[in-house]
Design a protein around this ligand. Structure first.
Ligand SMILES: *Cc1c(COP(=O)(O)O)cnc(C)c1O
Length: 352
C-alpha cells in the first residue's frame, strides 16, 4: 500500500458494453443520446466522451459549462436538457451549437427575441408535473410560431422502471395524442433507461439513456456497474460478546468477533445511514457492515475471513458486485451513490 486512500476505479470498456447492449434493443432509426449530466454520473465527463464518441449520436447534460466542455472534444449533438435562463446563456449556447430544451414560456421568449428556432426540443408535461408545457399552452405556441419549423417534442416518464405503474400508460397516451395534432415529421423522444428496457417500442427518434450506460439500472443483470469503490483496511481488532462498535454503539456483538476498520467514511461519500448487515467484499468474500459509518472510517465484521489483513481492500461495489445491491439494501438509488463520491477519493480511470 502506498498512501492509504479510498479509490474509485472507472472502467470505460464496461460503459461501452452497456451502450451496445442498450442500442441493440432499439429500432435502427432511433438515435442514442448518452445522458452524461453531473460529470457523467460521477464517471469523469471528458474521459467518457472521448471513449464513447464513436458509438453514440449525441449527449445530454444539464449545465452549460458541461455542454461547452463536451463541445471542445465532440462535434456530435449536445442537448442542454433544462435549457437556459438568460439572454447571455442563450447566446452562448447558440455560439457553441448546442441543442436547447424549452420547457416553459419564459424560455420560449428567449427563442422569439432572438428569432432563433434551430435545434430546439420542446418539453411537454405528460404527468410528472415538474417541467414542461401543458398541452394547450404548447398548441398555442405551435400554431403561432412553430407549424413550419422542425423541432423535437420530448417528455419524461416518472415511473419507467416500474412497467406496471399506470402513469406509463397515461403518459404515453398523453404524448401520442399531442403528436397526432402536430406535423407528422417532427421528431419525438420520451425514452430514458427504464423505458428502453421496459418499453423498447417507444424508442421513437431519440432515446436519452443515462443510468443504464453506467450499470445502475435495477432489474437487469446484463448491465454492469462501471465503477468500483474500494478502500483499504487500516485496522483489525477482536471484540468480545456484548461489546459495541462505533458511534452510539449501534452494533453490539452477540458473540466474540473480529472487526476490520476500513478507510472510507461519509467524508468519502459513503452515506452515513448505511445499515448494519450491508454487504461488502473483502478478498472477494462477502462481509457485513457492523456499526455506523463515521466521517473517515467504516467497520466491517470479518470474523469469518481468517486471512484478511491490514492493507487488504474492501469493495463496496464493483462490476462484479452491483451498485444496485448497496443502493437497494439501504433505500438509496444508484444515481445518488454514483454522484456523491467526494473529491478526496482517488479516481483511477482505466484505459480502454
Ligand atoms: C437524467 C435524464 C434522463 C436519463 O434518465 P436515466 O434514468 O438516467 O436513463 C433522460 N431524460 C432527461 C430529461 C433527464 O433529465
Amino acid at each position: 500500500m502506498t498512501r492509504a486512500t479510498s479509490e474509485l476505479i472507472i472502467e470505460p470498456a464496461i460503459v461501452r458494453k452497456n451502450i451496445s447492449y442498450l442500442k441493440a434493443k432499439l429500432d435502427d432509426s432511433s438515435k442514442f443520446m448518452a445522458i452524461i449530466k453531473s460529470d457523467s454520473y460521477g464517471h469523469i465527463l471528458s474521459n467518457i466522451v472521448r471513449d464513447i464518441d464513436d458509438i453514440v449520436d449525441g449527449y445530454g447534460v444539464v449545465r452549460l459549462e458541461e455542454a461547452i466542455s463536451i463541445r471542445k472534444i465532440s462535434s456530435k449533438k449536445i442537448l442542454l436538457m433544462q435549457g437556459v435562463y438568460s439572454q447571455s446563456d442563450f447566446k452562448e449556447a447558440r455560439d457553441n451549437s448546442l441543442d436547447l430544451v424549452i420547457h416553459n414560456s419564459l424560455q420560449f421568449s428567449l427563442v422569439k427575441d432572438n428569432d432563433s428556432y434551430k435545434n430546439l426540443w420542446f418539453k411537454i408535461n405528460t404527468g410528472m408535473n415538474r417541467l414542461g408545457f401543458e398541452e394547450d399552452e404548447f398548441l398555442d405556441i405551435y400554431t403561432t410560431y412553430l407549424s413550419d419549423k422542425k423541432f423535437t417534442l420530448m417528455s419524461h416518464l416518472s415511473a419507467s422502471n416500474v412497467p406496471s405503474d399506470i402513469s406509463n400508460k397515461t403518459q404515453f397516451e398523453h404524448f401520442d395524442s399531442l403528436c397526432q395534432k402536430l406535423n407528422p415529421d417532427i421528431l419525438k423522444s420520451i425514452a430514458n433507461t427504464g423505458c428502453v428496457i421496459n418499453f423498447p417500442d417507444k424508442s421513437m427518434d431519440w432515446v436519452r439513456v443515462g443510468i443504464g450506460i453506467f450499470g445502475g439500472y435495477i432489474g437487469n443483470n446484463e448491465l454492469q456497474t462501471a465503477m468500483t469503490l474500494r478502500s483499504p483496511i487500516i485496522n483489525i481488532r477482536k471484540i468480545n460478546k456484548g461489546q459495541r462498535v462505533g458511534y452510539d454503539g449501534r452494533a453490539e456483538a452477540t458473540q466474540d468477533m473480529k472487526i476490520a476498520t476500513v478507510y472510507c467514511g461519509y467524508a468519502d461519500g459513503l452515506p452515513n445511514h448505511i445499515k448494519d448487515g450491508t454487504k461488502v467484499f473483502i478478498n472477494n468474500v462477502g462481509a457485513e457492515i457492523f456499526g455506523k459509518v463515521s466521517m473517515d472510517v467504516t467497520t466491517v465484521d470479518v470474523s469469518h475471513i481468517p486471512d484478511c489483513e491490514i492493507g487488504d481492500w474492501c469493495e463496496f461495489f464493483s462490476p462484479n458486485h452491483s451498485i444496485n445491491n448497496l443502493a437497494s439494501s439501504n433505500n438509496l438509488i444508484s444515481y445518488d451513490l454514483m454522484i456523491r463520491i467526494k473529491s478526496r477519493v482517488k479516481r483511477i480511470y482505466k484505459k480502454l
